[in-house]
Design a protein around this ligand. Structure first.
Ligand code: PMP
Length: 411
């Protein structure tokens, strides 16, 4: 989906496996905004999907201690016993899920967990059902693994959630996986037990279909939302569910690159085969840090959540003040995914017509010096994503610039 920078070069042609895939559009927009910043323009970047908080000190200390102890060598292939034990305890404590150590895998970010899972399971042409809007890497990873993403539009009216009818209709004999992400990047929408139930009932009727759930934003939920994960909700699906999670978002550890998953033993083993021939193991020091994150004090997560909630409320209210923008209140994560349908067809001060969400976000970057990501990058238009993982002062400034730029658009 993210065909931005087609790879070209004299005498060079990329493998067909990646020829339709480009560098992530989110990264491309970030790079453009950074270049404008270097030219001295006061650009505000609301594009990045990472918390602005720092990694907690006790986690950094654990990494430092591990280095001093000499834990600087290759580790066990798909996770140290200590980290796997911490993950097993986390799944039990927070999700009511019992996994044995050999049902747990650790990789270099949840992104690599997804990559390992697709590489280990997809044959050419196998289908993976992905509700849109989706995190941009889902479809690209499926394509690199030579599978076929089957994208299903789930718009704001549907709460950005897949329905049982849509799922039932999308399943074919070639369906291998369904990927669900709650709370979602980019929509912030989350599935409650009531939302999951009908989908899980459909899956119970189709035993050849496996379920990949991405719980990365589990701790970032608001207004008392009760987070649940499908393998706990429906134990009959546990032996064909991969429950993916990681420390990047909850513990502000994006750069440490540790993700993990629980799933059936045979799948976990197949994923380790992929990992053994790509990275050998995740970073030893980062794994020690992740043990401290998962086993140490958890209180700061709630404090950060409260801070994210205040920002969410600020952004949603400011967006809904703007004529032509409509923002649903997200249940979690740190993104808003607002409709800009009302902006399509409007005319910029220099006489250009806004024909798409990409035109709109390009206009915002030029006119308001605010970088946001068009819905097209996530497979659903016309919307745009704001990442509100930044200070309230910066958000306020960005939103007032966006409002001023929108007011300049003519009918
Ligand atoms: N899943 C979702 C929904 C995400 O937003 C991200 C990061 N943007 C990831 C997985 C990957 O996280 P990481 O590789 O840092 O663990």
């Amino acid at each position: 989906m993210t065909v931005m920078n087609k790879i070209e070069g004299a005498g060079f042609a990329p493998a067909s496996r990646i020829s339709a895939i480009g560098v992530s559009e989110i990264l491309a927009i970030g790079a453009r905004a950074q270049a404008m910043k270097r030219e001295g323009k006061p650009v505000i970047i609301l594009g990045a999907g990472e918390p602005d908080f720092d990694t907690p000190d006790h986690v950094k200390q654990a990494a430092s201690d591990a280095m001093q102890r000499g834990e600087t060598k290759y580790t066990a292939l798909d996770g140290t016993p200590a980290l796997k034990a911490a993950i097993r305890d986390k799944f039990q404590r927070e999700n009511g899920l019992s996994y044995e150590l050999d049902e747990i895998t650790v990789a270099t970010g949840a992104k690599q967990v997804l990559f390992n899972a697709m590489m280990a399971t997809l044959n050419p042409g196998d289908e993976v059902i992905i509700p849109t809007p989706y995190w941009t890497s889902y479809s690209d990873i499926v394509e690199i693994a030579e599978g076929r993403p089957v994208l299903i539009a789930c718009d704001a009216e549907a709460g950005f959630r897949l329905t049982a009818e849509q799922l039932e209709q999308a399943i074919t004999p070639k369906t291998r996986w369904v990927m669900l992400n709650s709370p979602s990047n980019p929509s912030g929408a989350a599935y409650s037990a009531e939302h999951y139930r009908p989908l899980l009932d459909v899956l119970l009727r189709h035993p050849h279909v496996w379920l990949l759930v991405d719980d990365m934003y589990e701790h970032i939920v608001y207004d008392g939302f009760d987070f649940v994960t499908p393998a706990a909700l429906e134990p009959r699906l546990k032996d064909r569910t991969l429950t993916v999670n990681g420390v990047s978002k909850a513990y502000a550890m994006t750069g440490w690159r540790i993700g993990y998953a629980g799933g059936p033993k045979a799948l976990i083993k197949a994923m380790a085969v992929v990992q053994s021939q790509s990275t050998s193991c995740p970073s030893s020091v980062s794994q020690a840090a992740a043990v401290a994150a998962l086993s140490g004090p958890q209180g700061f997560i709630a404090e950060r959540r409260d801070s994210f909630k205040a920002r969410r409320d600020l952004v949603v209210a400011a967006l809904n003040e703007i004529d032509g923008i409509d923002c649903r209140v997200p249940e979690g994560a740190f993104y808003t995914f607002a409709s800009c349908a009302g902006m399509i067809g409007r005319i910029t001060p220099s006489g250009e017509r806004i024909a798409s969400d990409r035109d709109f976000t390009n206009y915002l970057l030029r006119e308001a010096l605010v970088a946001v990501v068009p819905g097209s990058a996530f497979g659903l238009s016309p919307y745009f994503r704001i990442s509100y993982a930044t200070s309230q002062a910066e958000l306020q400034e960005a939103l007032s610039r966006i409002a001023a730029a929108c007011a300049k658009l003519g009918a």
